[in-house]
Design a protein around this ligand. Structure first.
Ligand SMILES: [Zn+2]
Length: 769
């Protein structure tokens, strides 16, 4: 494996010298393994298309003022210095950066006849770089609208949808069927870029329905109805409109690929762009799973972190998309070198440590770096220094960073249907917060996990010893069957909140579809309505009681009237010995609990906070369950957490919630974890397998800016002591640290390797062979 990859990159360099400016040569590179060390029986001739081979990207997002000042010589040198292998260059769409003959394909404001795209494309090809021609295709000027009003989107009143001065085009009109294909063909014929991306390819989102004649006719043909005049998630026609919109975006994906491949050859792909947020993909009708089934590469437009999800969000989205796309394919991610995020300043440098940690956490999750500047000229030149060091390290260690498989025993299940039909207009509170709280608890506890689409559980089940449903309200019958099978085969399950309570359309079921597994049943109808939203959207003054209570052990005052209680706490309460309650914040309804199911948390209803004199429990004990545990006949462990501690942790960040969630995951996995890492700090750990070795990323997110951007200094942590479970082909004899750049001592005992990392500044990657 390794020798093949090394020889591949060596052959590539010599090939590119020979290839010169022949762009077509990029489509397929034939590699002859030059070493005699290829695996026995392995093919000695490999065909690796460019989109599987180019791992370091760069983009100067051209503004309309740039054609006057674009210094191609300087940027060529920047490509060279940063070891960039491919560039994304603005070509056409709203404006053209070349002299286009396609009617109404208006030149950029200051183009003045210059063929900027052509010059840049030739420069990149001369230097051996691959070129993604970038489109931005969903808006146009008024003259185009006047000439072809049927190309454009209109609202319910028949008025055109506008974005500033520009008119927004309709995905069901000739703009997408004829105009864009004409531009794609023109660019291919003249310039031969390797492929295309598109910034706004999916058109208007869910919040801006189009009622044009084309849309009305097509929807009528599909659904037999007019487009619903207003949003109503309970209306089956509205739900059908949602699904119809998704289908149209897939048609556009396929259409554009047919056009580019017909004109430019089989490897002239069209790759759109996709978001790092599932909620955002939903808003744009982009079906991630279906897109990944047809994509050769995902160009991820996810430039920076938010305070709530942190740098670790980048490692997670890398794993989530790779699980859909395959781990042998590439996912370059646009990483802002400018002050993107909160707030945004397009022309100011992002503090280097902030940009670096975002890049490194993405690399840990399997993403490829793609530096991104807006504009070709900057007076804040500090941003040019950011990419180089990471890119140089990436180049030296590339073989450890691609084509690998994650090792985790925990799968966290998700689905886009859940975000749409359960999350509806409130996916942040109903879907994203529970997900974020649950996964943050795993990251903080250094428990490796993989996001798995619920429809893929059946196929992927053998990899995992436990699965987690973080408030996965909407579940199809097939997904429910897959969860049942998983538990029947002895797998562990942690489910929270309203998991499995809603059908595929978002209608409530009379009881949890998995109620028998949970050991608990609803006692009254539950609705996903405004009242539910209000209760989960607030933090009430409520608590949870841990059972049994341990009052006799407590070093503190005793209530004379209450008997001392002494018992044994369940292992899920490890670390809670000195408390009988934890803060909660949510509300709970009574449940019917099956015999043989343990109730370990009970609800303490709200009581006043102010004034302090009133802050005493009116009802100190109820039988309303907050946590149910049971062991199935096949030995599988099931934890059901009606208390929404995942959402609470996502919002309130209380360590009790995170600790209990992590304890529950360890319990349902029966402590079957491939990795233990002990030591201080917030570390995001990712473990992978390649033939003959384990690759462990530890990204140090311990920082004053960890939860409030930006980071402007790195703070080292250590020592970290690590234990890794050995595999048949990984004996643990040698350990190499890719950031420290040296070998390190390692001990092996009873199937585990053990080693210590004295100090980690930004990240370390340990390779165990
Ligand atoms: Zn329309």
């Amino acid at each position: 494996m390794e020798s093949t990859l090394i020889s591949a990159s060596q052959s590539r360099r010599s090939f590119l010298k020979r290839a010169g400016s022949v762009a077509a040569a990029f489509t397929v590179i034939k590699l002859r393994a030059s070493h005699g060390t290829a695996l026995p029986g392995a093919q000695t001739t490999l065909e690796i298309p460019w989109y599987r081979r180019v791992t370091r990207w760069g983009q100067t997002n051209i503004t309309e003022a740039d054609p006057k000042v674009y210094d191609i010589t300087w940027w060529r040198e920047h490509w060279r210095k940063t070891e960039t292998q491919g560039v994304i260059i603005n070509a056409g769409g709203i404006v053209a950066y070349y002299p286009s003959k396609v009617p109404f394909h208006r030149p950029a404001k200051h183009l003045e006849g210059r063929d900027l795209f052509g010059e840049l494309c030739r420069a990149a090809h001369d230097q051996g770089l691959a070129v993604f021609a970038r489109m931005d295709s969903n808006r146009a000027q008024e003259d185009f609208y006047r000439a072809h009003p049927d190309y454009f989107a209109v609202d319910a009143e028949g008025q055109p949808h506008k974005a500033g001065d520009l008119f927004v085009t309709c995905v069901n009109g000739p703009y997408y069927e004829e105009h864009i294909p004409a531009i794609l063909r023109e660019i291919i014929e003249r310039y031969h870029p390797e492929g295309f991306t598109d910034n706004s390819w999916s058109g208007l989102g869910r919040g801006s329905p189009c009622f044009c004649a084309n849309c009305q006719a097509k929807f009528k043909e599909c659904a037999g109805h007019s487009i619903p005049a207003r949003k109503d998630w309970n209306d089956p026609i509205y739900r059908q409109w949602i699904k119809w919109n998704y289908q149209r975006r897939l048609e556009i994906w396929d259409l554009n690929n047919r056009v580019t491949r017909a004109a430019g050859g089989a490897n002239c792909i069209w790759a759109g762009m996709n978001s790092g947020s599932i909620s955002s993909q939903c808003q744009s009708f982009r079906d991630y799973r279906e897109i990944c089934r047809r994509a050769d590469i995902i160009m991820l437009d996810h430039q920076s972190r938010s305070d709530s999800s942190g740098f670790q969000n980048n490692g997670e989205i890398g794993k989530l998309v790779h699980e859909l796309l395959g781990w042998d394919k590439l996912i370059p991610e646009s990483m802002a070198m400018y002050q993107a995020g909160k707030p945004t300043f397009r022309l100011a440098s992002k503090p280097e440590p902030e940009a670096r940690l975002w890049m490194l956490d993405g690399v840990a999750g399997g993403l490829q770096p793609w530096w991104h500047h807006v504009g070709a000229y900057h007076e804040d030149r500090r941003m040019y220094q950011t990419a180089g060091p990471v890119y140089h390290w990436h180049k030296s260690n590339e073989r450890y960073l691609i084509d690998r498989r994650p090792i985790a025993t925990v799968a966290v299940l998700w689905s886009q249907e859940n975000t749409d039909f359960f999350g509806r207009d409130n996916s942040e509170v109903l879907v994203d917060l529970p997900w974020r709280g649950l996964t943050q608890s795993l990251i903080r506890a250094r428990i490796p996990y993989v996001p798995i689409h619920a429809d893929d559980l059946e196929r992927e089940a053998p990899r995992f010893s436990a699965i987690v449903l973080p408030n996965l309200g909407v579940m199809s019958q097939g997904q429910i069957t897959a969860v049942r099978r998983f538990v029947e085969r002895g797998g562990g399950l942690l489910a929270t909140g309203l998991s499995s309570l809603f059908d595929e359309g978002g209608d409530p079921r009379p009881d949890f579809a998995l109620a028998d597994l949970f050991g608990g049943h609803t006692t009254k109808p539950v609705r996903n309505d405004a009242a539910h939203l209000k209760s989960v959207g607030e933090t009430a003054h409520t608590y949870l009681r841990l059972t049994p209570e341990l009052r006799a052990r407590v070093d503190g005052p005793h209530v004379a009237s209450e008997p001392a209680i002494e018992g044994e706490r369940h292992p899920v309460f490890s670390g809670f010995d000195d408390t009988d309650i934890i803060p909660f914040g949510g509300t709970l309804d009574s449940m019917r609990v099956d015999p043989g199911t343990q109730v370990l948390l009970t609800f303490i209803p709200p009581f006043p906070i102010y004034p302090p004199e009133t802050a005493w429990m009116r009802e100190s004990k109820t039988d309303v369950p907050g946590l149910l545990l049971k062991t199935t006949p096949s030995g599988g462990r099931v934890a059901f957490l009606p208390a929404d501690l995942d959402r609470r942790y996502g919002r309130d960040n209380l360590p009790d919630h995170g600790r209990l969630l992590a304890n529950l995951v360890r319990w349902v996995t029966k402590d079957n974890l491939p990795l233990w890492a002990d030591g201080p700090g917030l570390l995001d750990v990712h473990l992978y397998h390649q033939p003959g070795r384990l690759v462990l990323h530890l990204v140090n997110l311990t920082n004053a800016g960890a939860w409030r951007q930006p980071v402007d200094e790195l703070i080292p942590v250590g020592p970290i002591s690590v234990r890794l479970r050995l595999l048949d082909d990984v004996r643990g004899k040698h350990l190499r640290l890719l950031v420290a750049g040296r070998q390190a001592p390692v001990k092996t005992t009873k199937g585990w390797a053990q080693f210590q990392l004295d100090s980690i500044l930004d990240h370390e990657v340990a390779v165990l062979m």
